[in-house]
Design a protein around this ligand. Structure first.
Ligand SMILES: [Zn+2]
Ligand SMILES: [Zn+2]
Length: 162
């Protein structure tokens, strides 16, 4: 499958991705917890040219990142409130999608090879971290873009009560 669609709860906004994501970020940070209302965000990342809105026009909320001071743009349906995707001042050529808004959230690959788990340091209790995947306590890179050494577990890890 090379072409997948998704959209909001009410159906006013629809989008399409023409290719598999370049990577998938599973993010446990507080921003993603608050923005999803859940424990974490499964965020497939697409090149901007491989992603387009095909119906409606989502509203844009501009959020200033506490860490970098850069702007993050959150696109949502102003009828039903569903958040659909993100763009970034810092990474202008990519789109991050709220993965659960795809009609079939299982259409894109999610493997240890194409994904990473970040911000485990603030992950909610009871969250299960899969084995063999690169994990990080916070970001995967430093402010200057240099990589941080990942931790890889051999067995599933359950985040403990803090
Ligand atoms: Zn809607
Ligand atoms: Zn996050």
């Amino acid at each position: 499958m090379t072409n997948a669609q998704g959209g909001c709860l009410c159906g006013n906004v629809r989008y399409e991705a023409g290719k598999q994501p370049t990577r998938v970020t599973v993010c446990h940070c507080k921003f993603c917890q608050r923005a999803t209302g859940g424990a974490y965000l499964v965020e497939p990342i697409f090149n901007a040219q491989d992603f387009q809105v095909i119906k409606g026009s989502p509203k844009k909320y501009v959020h200033t990142s506490e860490g970098s001071g850069k702007e993050v743009f959150i696109y949502f349906c102003d009828t039903c409130g569903t958040k659909l995707f993100l763009t970034f001042e810092r990474f202008a050529d990519v789109v991050g999608v709220y993965g659960g808004t795809f009609d079939d959230p299982n259409w894109f690959d999610l493997t240890p090879e194409n994904s990473k788990q970040i911000f485990l340091g603030v992950a909610q209790r009871g969250t299960v971290i899969p084995p063999h995947v690169n994990t990080f306590i916070g970001h995967a890179t430093r402010e200057d873009g240099s990589p941080i050494t990942p931790t890889v577990f051999d067995t599933p890890q359950v985040i403990k009560q803090r």
